[in-house]
Design a protein around this ligand. Sequence first.
Ligand code: 57M
Length: 358
Amino acid sequence: MLYHLFYSFHDVVPGFNVFRYITFRALCAGLTALVLSFALGPLFIRVLANRQIGQTIREDGPQSHLKKRGTPTMGGLLILMTVVVSTLLWADLTNRYIWLVLAVTIGFGFVGWLDDYLKIKEHNSKGLSERAKMVLQTLITGGVVWYLLSYMSMDTVLYVPFFRGFTPELGWLYIPFAWFVIVGTSNSVNLTDGLDGLAIGPIISTAATFTLLSYLAGHSKLAAYLYIPYVLDAGELTIFCGAIACAGIGFLWFNTYPAQVFMGDVGALALGGAIGTVALITQNELLLVIVGGIFVMEAISVITQRISYKMTKKRVFRMAPIHHHFELSGWAEPQVTVRFWIISIILAMLALATLKLR
Ligand code: 57M
């Protein structure tokens, strides 16, 4: 909205021409997200605590987690509010991708909120059943894929990092593939969110990387220079991703060890769904596997543990997801978190390096 307001005066105030630039508006959105997070965070946490919106802790988990009982949860509402407001203020609201990613974020946020709400109401850690969660996520994702294919003439080709000439056409397989990218990312972020600051760190590095990737995807000359797919209008997603990265930094202030607030499923499912959708629009799905490698590793650890336990009654890890394995191996919680952050930064650098290796 501010973009439309300020830019409409660019003939009168020549300086306002700067609002035309995506890079400038992405910075404005990031700063807005930071200011909102820091200004509203303490109040928000106080409201959650007063309303006793506190976390229930599983008895079968690491004993060190029992002391976290009652930590305010649903902090993801603050992240979502900050991201949505910053995006609405600084993005071009005639851009349809912006509305699509906002709808996905709010839709997945609603599913997560329902889960958190049931956990708090029933005073247990069950929440929404896995099946109900999956059905709702699938419905939202179905809507996204239908919109992309029907209205945005989405290219159903797969771009493979390192192999410039190898671009397989997915055809109808694009539909299950897109489902896998969005729902898979959403649930993997959710699994990762089990230690203070653990999920939000890689979300920041992934969103920051996608801030750049969206800009490149929407810039015809740079996209051609780097041999990456050019997606008309996708550049505006730079603002959305910048807002997520900075809202994440703002949230980390309160979620760092010892956490004053957890994001809850409302935050984790929404942020994962949002990142998956941006990867799909910018056609960087395989690059997301590298950038979001921490989320991938967490999901694989759970799948491996489940399969192994079912087939052999033996566990591969002391406990899954893998962050619990390291905790039970004697690493202090902040050690696991910070080491996972370091890995996610390295992965982001590797993913960016692939841009020059095509
Ligand atoms: C959510 N949620 C945290 C918080 C956060 C299939 C199965 C592997 C599923 C998995 C699972 O339920 N994962 C999803 C993980 C929970 O955090 C809440 O949930 C939100 C995110 N969804 O925002 O609201 C707990 O995580 C801790 N936490 C922090 N700091 C944070 O900033 O310390 C979260 C955020 C919080 C808090 O303790 O209560 C969670 O872990 O429940 N299930 C599991 O992860 C369980 N694993 C398991 O059963 N493994 C099995 C196998 C066969 C897969 C095994 O290894 O044998 C573990 N969950 C817990 N303890 N709590 C088991 C141990």
